[in-house]
Ligand binder design. Sequence first.
Ligand SMILES: [Cu+2]
Length: 128
Amino acid sequence: MMNSLKFLLLSAISLVSFSTQAQTAVPAKAKGPGTEQVKLKTSAVCDMCKTRLEKAMAYEKGVQAAVLDVPSQVLTVSYRPDKTTPAALRSAVQKTGYDADSQPAEARAYDRLPDCCKKTNAVHTGGE
Ligand SMILES: [Cu+2]
């Protein structure tokens, strides 16, 4: 008797939390898959930068995908607008050691970059 009551209570609780989640997903669903995209101009110069930045962004909250185009230095980030903002993504790029749009890289992170990844270098490919 007590056990079935507990079970009922638990399922009621999980139902409530489930419908709350479903509700927050509704506005995002209304305008497509709930993903927005932002393009950030970075100071990345090579494939090592690409790997470093894409990996760092993958750990950021709300990021679904991040792809850096080395020749144009543009980082395209797909993100959940209910979880993060372009400003937060920009600051994540800065914390990785790269400029984000007009905002400069965080000095300490930039100092830790290998020489080939410094802004003083021109854009180059890792294969050369
Ligand atoms: Cu690099």
